[in-house]
Design a protein around this ligand. Structure first.
Ligand SMILES: Nc1nc2c(ncn2[C@@H]2O[C@H](COP(=O)(O)OP(=O)(O)OP(=O)(O)O)[C@@H](O)[C@H]2O)c(=O)[nH]1
Ligand SMILES: [Mg+2]
Length: 273
């Protein structure tokens, strides 16, 4: 089966936080980087996922969705220092929120466990963050990105939902429902995630815009899931995404009218005094 990909700490430079670590031929960074991987029955795919992770990352947090296969054992075999956490509830959103809480790095990268993401791209995400972005958002439709995995109908759905988010929230996204993203830990305080399912990426993408964070899209290539079947149900999950968009929009309207209302009250008070 799998063999150890990560040498034990004693055999490598532990690269303590605060010290510069080279992450490419022309870039060295100090912030520790955590990779959060939601995984539900992905034992067969994990060797491909871990194989591409760069060795300069600080920690890997694997969030197990009560897998009934050897997901946890395989992860431990491949990456002996992996931090395994079990999610409390159900769904990818719940898993990611659990993983973000467990991660200790200043930078957090979210990577799917189905073998569709190339860990070598992490350097592009991290480079964008250390160059000033708050949120590095993967895009399969930005120049240089691509997908082997999406059917035409899913592309159409993603495009329609992405257009709705751009119109309603003033974003300029080329992709919406994609699981490969990275961000500084401080973003979590501003986006306050509260969802359970596949709508999680959409919620993040909306809330980072609402919070006025600096978002940079990173061209990314999505490969085919290697083994197993997708957990995503296009219609069910598409509707969940749409519901989140509408809810975030009405929250925004309610906030705006509360603000206008309090401005009116304070100007009336000002005139009266
Ligand atoms: N822990 C946990 N992980 C999950 C859950 N649902 C999905 N995942 C993981 O989230 C990642 C993305 O799920 P996929 O089933 O590949 O869905 P997708 O990438 O949106 O869809 P495809 O493009 O068809 O693969 C994978 O690593 C899954 O194992 C869950 O309920 N709990
Ligand atoms: Mg997938």
């Amino acid at each position: 089966m799998s063999s150890v990909l990560r040498p034990p700490v004693a055999d490598r430079d532990p690269s303590p936080a605060g010290k510069y670590r080279p992450i490419s031929s022309h870039l060295a960074i100090t912030p520790p980087v955590s990779v959060v991987i939601p995984a539900m029955n992905e034992a067969e795919n994990l060797p491909y996922v871990f194989k591409t992770l760069p060795d300069w990352i600080h920690e890997v947090v694997l969030v197990d969705g009560n897998s009934t296969d050897d997901t946890v054992e395989v992860a431990r075999e491949l990456w002996p220092e992996v931090k395994v956490v079990r999610q409390r509830g159900r769904g990818k959103g719940d898993a990611l929120i659990t993983g973000f809480e467990a991660a200790t790095g200043d930078i957090i990268v979210m990577v799917d466990a189905d073998g569709s993401a190339d860990g070598q791209e992490i350097v592009s995400y991290v480079s964008a963050l250390v160059s000033g972005a708050d949120f590095a958002k993967g895009s399969r439709f930005a120049n240089g990105g691509g997908t082997d995995d999406m059917t035409p109908i899913r592309k159409l759905g993603n495009w329609a939902l992405c257009t709705a988010v751009n119109r309603k929230f003033g974003a300029r996204y080329t992709d919406l429902c994609y699981g490969y993203n990275a961000f500084w830990r401080h973003c979590l305080d501003k986006i306050d995630l509260d969802c359970t399912g596949f709508e999680v990426e959409t919620l993040m993408n909306i809330r980072v815009v609402k919070a006025g964070l600096k978002v940079q899209e990173i061209p990314s290539h999505e490969y085919l899931r290697i083994h197993g079947t997708s957990n995503l149900r296009a219609v069910r999950d598409g509707l969940r995404v749409l519901k989140v968009i509408l809810k975030e929009r009405s929250n925004r309207r309610a906030l705006r009218s509360r603000r206008n209302h309090s401005q009116v009250i304070s100007s009336v008070r000002g005139e009266a005094s």
